[in-house]
Design a protein around this ligand. Structure first.
Ligand code: 7PJ
Length: 288
């Protein structure tokens, strides 16, 4: 066996995350209308139990989201997002000592979650909302910048790019990194995400995964989310509850193409797929 590579630590508030090998982010939706497990985790105790299980299965991060960003969904008010997210973050930190990421574009939610001990900000709008850059900067936490074309209400209405999708996404993410650096948010704190399913046709999504090297070239850790998404449904003709095998294939490919964090619903099975993939990649890798 090859030696264990040196740790690459990302500071995440009271935690730190070693990104020298692939890590799993477990999805904890607290929206009543999330498409695959909508309504089930609204009750706080249920949410906690679900997070506990994902951690036991090997999740390094729990991603808490209170705004549904499924295609066609409407924005939520700050109050509504607060009411959904804040109690969950508080208990995940206090009772499970979890590394919590908060899936939000809202500066007030970012600040509150950070003050309660969240360790990462995950913004599908890449800190483009008014005040979001400053709020994220002030938290001192790492931020995942995701690419999205349009807004959830209309992003899947005939998505179109006038250049290859990987160039469009790389260009956008590079411009958001520059915007972060311009306010003093250092690149050492940034992660990038191609945003599978966010203003992209199935062909765009497949090509983006195939060409993900274009994004690893930007030199920042990549986080990807494809779990149960419609790109699997469309290729395989599967309803949402039958997308795990297709998702495992995508997870393995994503790791091979350079992703370092996978945002998933099914932590246990994905851990096996990722660990198996990584065992192969490590053995005989020229970097070892
Ligand atoms: C993503 C996300 C993703 C990041 C959602 C869903 C829709 N955050 N939040 N990346 N997707 N960073 O889980 O299907 O792909 S919500």
């Amino acid at each position: 066996m090859t030696d264990t590579p040196a740790a690459i630590w990302l500071p995440c508030g009271r935690h730190r995350l070693d990104l020298s090998y692939p890590r799993i982010m477990g999805i904890l939706n607290v929206t009543p209308d999330s498409f695959s497990d909508g309504g089930r985790h609204v009750a706080l105790d249920d949410a906690l139990r679900h997070a506990e299980r994902m951690l036991a299965e090997g999740a390094a991060i729990i991603d808490v989201g209170g705004e549904s960003t499924r295609p066609g969904s409407q924005p939520v008010s700050t109050q509504e997002e607060f009411d959904r997210v804040v109690p969950v973050v508080e208990r995940l930190v206090r009772e499970l000592d979890a590394l919590v990421s908060v899936d939000t574009s809202n500066p007030e939610v970012m600040r509150e979650a950070a003050s309660l001990g969240a360790g990462m900000i995950n913004d599908v709008r890449a800190l483009t909302r008014d005040g979001a850059l400053e709020a994220a900067l002030g938290t001192g936490l790492p931020v995942c910048l995701m690419h999205m074309q349009g807004e959830p209400q209309d992003m899947q209405h005939a998505p179109y790019y006038d250049e290859p999708i990987e160039d469009a996404v790389a260009g956008y993410l590079a411009s958001r990194v520059a915007a972060c650096e311009a306010v003093g948010l250092r690149r050492e704190r940034l992660l990038l995400d191609p945003g599978f399913g966010f203003g992209k046709s199935v062909e765009h999504n497949l090509r983006l995964l195939n060409r993900m090297e274009r994004l690893t070239d930007l030199g920042l850790p990549l986080l990807v989310g494809m779990s149960r998404k419609s790109m699997i449904g469309k290729v395989l003709g599967r309803p949402v509850e039958e997308r795990l095998p297709g998702g495992l294939a995508l997870a393995s490919l994503a790791i091979e193409r350079g992703a370092r964090i996978l945002r998933v619903h099914d932590v246990g099975p994905v851990m096996d797929a990722v660990n198996m993939t990584w065992a192969v990649l490590r053995e005989g890798s020229e970097n070892d």
